[in-house]
Design a protein around this ligand. Sequence first.
Ligand SMILES: NC(=O)C1=CN([C@@H]2O[C@H](COP(=O)(O)OP(=O)(O)OC[C@H]3O[C@@H](n4cnc5c(N)ncnc54)[C@H](OP(=O)(O)O)[C@@H]3O)[C@@H](O)[C@H]2O)C=CC1
Ligand SMILES: CC(=O)N[C@@H](CCC(=O)OP(=O)(O)O)C(=O)O
Length: 344
Amino acid sequence: MHVHSAAIVGASGYAGLELTRLLARHPRVRITALYSDRWSGEKASARLPLDGPAGELAYLSLAEAEGAGAEIVFLATPAEVSAALAPKLLAKGARVVDLSGAFRLADARAYPPWYGFEHPAPALLAEARYGLPELAREALHGATLVTNPGCYATAIALALAPLLRSGLVRADGVAVTGMSGVSGAGRKAAEDYSFVEVSEDVRAYRLGKHQHVPEIEQTVARYAGACGPISFTPVLVPIRRGILATATLRLDGKASAADLAAALQAAYASEPFVRALPADRVMVKDVVHTNRCHVGVAVDARAGAAVAVSAIDNLVKGAAGQAVQAMNAAMGWPETAGLDLLGG
Ligand SMILES: NC(=O)C1=CN([C@@H]2O[C@H](COP(=O)(O)OP(=O)(O)OC[C@H]3O[C@@H](n4cnc5c(N)ncnc54)[C@H](OP(=O)(O)O)[C@@H]3O)[C@@H](O)[C@H]2O)C=CC1
Ligand SMILES: CC(=O)N[C@@H](CCC(=O)OP(=O)(O)O)C(=O)O
């Protein structure tokens, strides 16, 4: 069996570290290079409890990443860095899996307002394949550029898509709240989000302008049909990792809770990573350190509303685990390869 070489750019970040842990144990992949400026020259085993050959690698500077010779290159870097680097790596024949938002939006004009930069490689947006296998599996096979979904977008799209597809809820007036642990903001935000700042506090942020809004709308429109504007409120909660998202939808007619639950059950019955549960059994503690997404739905008949609930680990199903699952799908390997279903 050919074992493929893989490199991780941004290996010192929270997503990059999780990816290093996962790929170090992946049966079809061998990590050959790790790139980080902050840890440049240090051995990986000094930073992570890694046994085996990956631990012997020394971190290389980010400037060297352009010359990465690996067959598969993972970019766990800020979106603007990924947008500049991916075209160079693709031109060298590498397969690229990007964990940032750099290639998620189909329309280049959406980048300045939502991500704050002019896209340097708009032609690649049409080539990028969205790395959410449960909704986009067919298009992923053979992909050379995989764009990994955002963490909130993953949790929300997995809960919303089957419900909207069922026709039992309306596609207009959807309102979502996403509660995220602090690691969602990355290591770079460690100072703003220090223990003193975030502990014993819960706060909403970036209201009405979060960068995942166009991605959530695009994903729901692509995989569940037309959808109206979605109102999204991100909330920072003082846990290390994990996202719990709730979506409030208007019922179309008199659908029962059992009808809606059946739509979720049917959509995910044969998915290894997604499980439909009663809405009040969906909780972060059951999914952290795993690539799982738990979803559920309840009906509030008095208010004419359905409430969908979804939980993931932002660093695993919301980032590194999903990237491995999407790579597996792109390579034609079993999607569960290298992914832990039980967690720690
Ligand atoms: N954290 C999460 O839950 C999720 C993150 N993502 C996305 O994954 C990517 C990485 O996120 P995350 O691990 O959280 O981020 P971190 O801030 O923890 O890490 C960023 C990594 O990128 C490297 N880097 C390269 N260029 C820059 C630069 N100009 N500024 C800052 N860092 C740089 C850093 O290297 P160095 O060693 O030199 O500091 C570091 O390894 C981002 O695009 C993020 O949006 C996606 C889904 C979820
Ligand atoms: C708590 C927190 O700050 N979470 C991050 C999560 C999104 C992320 O990681 O960025 P991507 O768009 O690349 O997925 C945020 O809201 O920006």
